[in-house]
Structures are given as C-alpha cells and as structure tokens.
Write a protein that binds this ligand. Structure first.
Ligand SMILES: Nc1ccn([C@@H]2O[C@H](COP(=O)(O)OP(=O)(O)OP(=O)(O)O)[C@@H](O)[C@H]2O)c(=O)n1
Ligand SMILES: C[C@](O)(CO)[C@H](O)COP(=O)(O)O
Length: 233
C-alpha cells in the first residue's frame, strides 16, 4: 500500500506577524517546516512527500529546506493557493494518477511535533476506514456565542480539537476536495470535506504537544518542547 504525505506550507503567517513566513522561522537552527518534513522522512511507511509552498518561495524551499536537509523522499514542491483548502487541492491534483487506495497523510507544515506513533496509527486507521482525524479531547469548556451572547455549551466529552495529520484513501479525499471546490464550500480542515459526504472519519488520539505554530506564544512553547526533547536525549 502506497503512503504519500502532503505538507501544506503555503500560508502567509498573518497571525504570527513575523518578517518572514512562519514556516521558515528557525527552531533549533532549522526552519520549522524542515522539522516537520523530517518526521515523515524518517518513517519507513511513508513513500513520497510533496511540500506545498507559496509559488514565489518554491526556489527557497527547494534550496534552503529540501536540498540543505538532504530530504530524499520529497518528490516535488507544489504551488499553493489562497486558502489552505486550495493548497491541499493543488497537492492532490499534483499527484493525479495515484491509485485510489493509496493512503494520503495531510499534515500542516507548522506542526513539527507530531509523534511517529500517532502517524503510524493514522495510517492504519485510514487504510481500514474512510478517514482518520488526529485530535485531542477539549480540556476547557467550549461555548458557542452569537453576537457576544452564549447560546450553547456543548457536552465536553463529545468535543475534540482537530489536529493533523488527517489521513484518507486518495480516491476519497480527491473526490471530497473536488466536490467542495465545485460547490464553493470552504472548510477549515480536510476531514470536514469528507464528513459532508456522509462518510465516517475515525478519531485517532493525538498529542497535546502537536501544536500548530500560529501566534508568537506558540514559538515560546515550541522552544520549550525542543529543549525538553534535548534533555531526554
Ligand atoms: N493558503 C494556505 C494557508 C495555509 N497553508 C498552510 O496550512 C497550515 C495551517 O495554516 P495556518 O497555521 O493557519 O497558517 P497561515 O495561513 O500561514 O496563518 P495565518 O492564518 O495566520 O495567516 C500551515 O502549514 C500553512 O502554511 C497553506 O498551505 N496554504
Ligand atoms: C487543519 C487544522 O490544522 C486543524 O486544526 C487547522 O484547521 C488549519 O488551520 P487554519 O487556522 O484553519 O488555517
């Protein structure tokens, strides 16, 4: 069974507000996205990796990330779109011809702390079902507010915070993305596109350290996680 990783890293990092795109900020002297790609590169189950980058940054990504780190499984760097969903769709179209039963792992380029064991589990679950969503249980009580007034308090035991990877068979996720694009539906993750087709996406227990580096506070956490890994080594 073929396993392909798509790494969307074509965002502009507006909430980070850094001088360069956050995926290229250095963590322990290496770009964040290089840490992320490295986890997939190290996993024997993963055959091919496709990185999705802003078009103008493809040469930088190739030279400063892929070649510099010597990644051997990165088959191409694909130009992203204006939204994450369009970037992923570009990635899926770039691997047109992939067998429908191949497992596709879609993982944010700015989630460098994904544990290998979680990846392995996601691959297994996606191979058996319509899809696998890595997520962690909500620790806080979550409220739904409309115009500043609380309208709902969903039962916490049913609430999961979606992370990545989100993993699917190629035929399922390509169809889900093409249908969403044709219908003008925009979701904030890939699983929601599969869910809206009535398919069952199974939850895989994630890890609270698998943060999406989004705002400056996340960099502080990321530095702390890197230090704690070094201490354990
Ligand atoms: N058009 C986009 C937007 C996002 N992403 C990627 O999707 C992941 C999750 O997105 P997010 O953290 O929201 O990144 P940004 O869009 O860069 O952040 P912001 O919304 O603050 O601009 C990141 O690896 C990001 O590079 C992408 O490939 N294409
Ligand atoms: C896909 C995702 O990582 C799930 O949490 C997330 O939705 C992507 O981030 P964004 O802020 O919606 O771009």
């Amino acid at each position: 069974m073929k396993v392909i990783a798509l790494i969307p890293a074509a965002g502009m990092g507006k909430r980070m507000g850094a001088a360069i795109n956050k995926q290229y900020l250095l963590l322990n002297e290496k770009p964040i996205v290089a840490h992320t790609i490295g986890v997939f590169e190290s996993l024997p189950e993963v055959d091919d990796i496709y990185v999705i980058s802003p078009e103008a940054e493809i040469p930088y990504c190739r030279e400063q990330v892929v070649e510099r780190c010597g990644f051997r499984k990165v088959r191409d760097i694909v130009a992203g779109g204006a939204e994450r969903q369009y970037s992923v769709l570009n990635g899926l179209r770039a691997i047109d011809g992939t067998p429908d039963d191949a497992v596709i792992l879609i993982h944010d380029g700015v989630r460098p702390f994904i544990p290998v064991a979680v990846l392995e589990k996601a691959i297994r679950v996606a191979a058996e079902h319509d899809g696998a969503l890595v997520a962690v249980p909500a620790k806080d009580t979550v409220k739904v507010a409309v115009d500043g007034i609380i309208r709902e308090t969903p039962p916490r035991e049913q609430l999961w915070l979606a992370q990545t990877p989100q993993a699917f068979r190629y035929g399922v996720i390509r169809a889900a993305h093409e249908i969403a694009a044709a219908e003008g539906y925009l979701g904030t993750d890939d699983a929601s596109l599969v869910e809206r087709l009535g398919k069952d996406v199974h939850v895989v227990m994630g890890d609270y350290r698998n943060i999406k580096i989004t705002t400056p506070e996340d960099l502080v956490l990321a530095e702390a996680f890197i230090k704690s890994v070094k201490r354990e080594e």
